[in-house]
Design a protein around this ligand. Structure first.
Ligand code: ARG
Length: 459
C-alpha cells in the first residue's frame, strides 16, 4: 500500500507505477537520503517535536537500512515510487510505530532537494580531484618540454614557433578554470533546503541551522518556494561539466590530428588505441574520438534540464524528477572521460624532432624577420611588406628564409645584416617572446610554478 493512499479509492495503474517511479535511478541517492533523514530525526528529537526515544529508534533503524543497502541486501520496490518512500516504508516495516514519525515537518519536495544537493557537492569535489590529476600530468610533461619547439597554428596553418610546454600549458589554464567552475557549483549546492516543506515551510518549530550543521551545509535556503524548486546548482554542475568536456574534446581533436601520418607529432600507446577488423595496418585513436563524441551527450544533458526548468510554475512539479537522469549521466560521463583521458595522456609519446621539423617549415619565423627589420629602424608596416615579398620569393624558389644568403636578403632591404640568421633561428624566435604569458622557456617555467600554487589552494 502506498504511503499516500488515504484519499484514493483505487490502486495506481501498473502502467503509471512503471512510468512515474524513479527508484530505478534515484536509488543511487540512498546514502544521502538516509544521512539526511538521520539529521532530520536528530533535530526532531532535540526539539521535542517527536519523543526522544522514537528519534533514537528511527536513527538506529536508518543505520541498519544504510548498512544493508551498502551490502547490496535491499531490493528496492517500484511500487514505493522513489528512494524517499522506499526508505520510509522499510523503516516502518523494521521499527513499527516510531518510523511513522520520521516524516514530521518534511516533504519529499524538500527531501529530494536535500539529497540531490548532497550528491552534487560530492560530484563537484570529485570533478575537482580528477581535474587536478589531469593538470598534474600536464605540468609534468610541460616541465620536460620547455625547449621542445613546435609550430603554433592559427586557421590550422603554421603561424609562429612555440614550445610543446607552452601549448600544453594552455590546456592547464582551461582545466584550472574548470576547477573554479566546479567550486562555484559546489557553493551553489551547499545550501540546506529542509524546512521548506512541500512549498510553504512548516508549522513545527524546526531548527534548520542545526540540520545544516549536522549535514555540513554552509547556509539554509532563504525562501521555501525557492528551496523546493531551485535546480540552479545542477545546471551549474552541468554547465561546468559541458565546458570541461568541450576542453577535453578540443584536446582530443588535437591528439587525433597529431597522431595522423600527416603530422606524426605523437604516437598513441597501443594500450589506448584500437585496430580495424579489415585493415591490418590500422591503429585508431578511438579513446580520444569517443571522448570527443561523448561531449555531445553532456551538452544534451544540460539542454534537457534547462528545457525542463524553463516553463514550470512555482513550486515543485513532477517534471523536476527529470533532473536526475541528466545529472547522473553527465556526472558518469565526465568521470569516465577525465579518468581515461588522464591515463591516455600519461602514455602518449611525443616526437620532438618531428615537431621541430614542422616548425622549421611554413615560414613560422616570418614575423620575427619583420620584427628584426623593425629593430633596425624600419616601420612595422614596411617590414611586413618586405618580408611578404621575401616569402613569395622563397616559395617560388622552394626555399626557407634561413636558406637565403645575406646578399639575397639585401636585395629586398638594405637593413638586413649578418645577425639576421641568429635572429631567425627557431630557438631565438621562442626565447625572444619573453613577456608574461609568452612561450619563452623561463616564462613557461613561471607559469608551471604558478599553476602548481593554484592547485595547492583548497578552492
Ligand atoms: N521522486 C521525486 C523526484 O525525484 C521526489 C519528489 C516527489 N514529490 C512529489 N510531490 N511527487 O522529484
Amino acid at each position: 500500500m502506498k504511503l499516500w493512499s488515504g484519499r484514493f479509492e483505487k490502486a495506481t495503474d501498473t502502467l503509471v507505477d512503471d512510468f512515474h517511479s524513479s527508484i530505478s535511478f534515484d536509488q543511487r541517492l540512498y546514502e544521502q537520503d538516509i544521512t539526511g533523514s538521520i539529521a532530520h530525526a536528530t533535530m526532531l528529537g532535540e526539539q521535542n517535536i517527536i519523543p526522544k526515544e522514537d528519534a533514537e529508534k528511527i536513527i538506529e533503524g536508518l543505520k541498519t537500512i544504510l548498512a544493508d543497502a551498502k551490502a547490496g541486501k535491499i531490493a528496492w520496490q517500484t511500487e514505493a515510487e522513489d528512494i524517499h518512500m522506499n526508505v520510509e516504508t522499510l523503516l516502518i516495516e523494521r521499527i513499527g510505530e516510531a518510523g511513522k514519525r520520521l516524516h514530521t515537518g518534511r516533504s519529499r519536495n524538500d527531501q529530494v532537494a536535500l539529497d540531490t544537493r548532497m550528491y552534487a557537492r560530492a560530484a563537484c569535489a570529485e570533478a575537482r580531484d580528477l581535474l587536478k590529476s589531469l593538470i598534474e600530468v600536464l605540468l609534468e610533461i610541460a616541465g620536460k618540454n620547455l625547449h621542445t619547439i613546435m609550430p603554433g597554428y592559427t586557421h590550422l596553418q603554421k603561424a609562429q614557433p612555440i614550445t610543446l610546454a607552452h601549448h600544453l600549458m594552455a590546456y592547464v589554464q582551461m582545466f584550472l578554470r574548470d576547477r573554479g567552475r566546479f567550486s562555484h557549483a559546489f557553493d551553489a549546492a551547499n545550501v540546506m533546503p529542509l524546512g521548506s516543506g512541500a512549498l510553504a515551510g512548516t508549522t513545527y518549530p524546526l531548527n534548520r541551522p542545526r540540520v545544516a550543521e549536522l549535514l555540513d551545509f554552509d547556509a539554509i535556503s532563504e525562501n521555501s518556494l525557492d528551496g523546493v524548486s531551485d535546480r540552479d546548482f545542477l545546471l551549474e554542475y552541468l554547465s561546468a561539466a559541458s565546458i570541461a568536456m568541450m576542453h577535453l574534446s578540443r584536446f582530443c581533436e588535437e591528439l587525433i590530428l597529431w597522431n595522423t601520418n600527416e603530422f606524426r607529432f605523437i604516437e598513441m600507446d597501443d594500450g589506448f588505441a584500437t585496430g580495424s577488423s579489415i585493415m591490418p595496418q590500422k591503429k585508431n585513436p578511438d579513446v580520444a574520438e569517443l571522448i570527443r563524441g561523448k561531449t555531445g551527450r553532456v551538452y544534451g544533458d544540460l539542454m534537457a534540464l534547462l528545457t525542463v526548468m524553463k516553463g514550470i510554475p512555482l513550486a515543485y512539479n513532477k517534471d523536476m524528477q527529470e533532473d536526475k537522469e541528466s545529472f547522473f549521466d553527465a556526472r558518469d560521463t565526465l568521470v569516465k572521460c577525465l579518468t581515461v583521458f588522464t591515463a591516455m595522456l600519461r602514455t602518449v609519446s611525443f616526437r620532438p624532432e618531428v615537431m621541430e621539423r614542422g616548425a622549421a617549415g611554413g615560414f613560422t619565423n616570418a614575423t620575427d624577420c619583420a620584427d628584426y627589420l623593425v629593430r633596425k629602424g624600419v616601420p612595422f608596416r614596411d617590414a611586413h611588406r618586405v618580408v611578404g615579398e621575401l616569402v613569395a620569393h622563397c616559395i617560388a624558389e622552394n626555399k626557407a628564409l634561413l636558406d637565403l644568403s645575406l646578399d639575397d636578403m639585401k636585395k629586398f632591404h638594405p637593413a638586413f645584416d649578418t645577425d639576421v640568421f641568429e635572429s631567425l633561428s627557431l630557438i631565438a624566435c621562442v626565447e625572444k617572446r619573453d613577456i608574461p604569458g609568452a612561450p619563452a622557456p623561463n616564462r613557461v617555467r613561471q607559469a608551471i610554478d604558478k599553476a602548481r600554487e593554484a592547485l595547492a589552494e583548497e578552492k
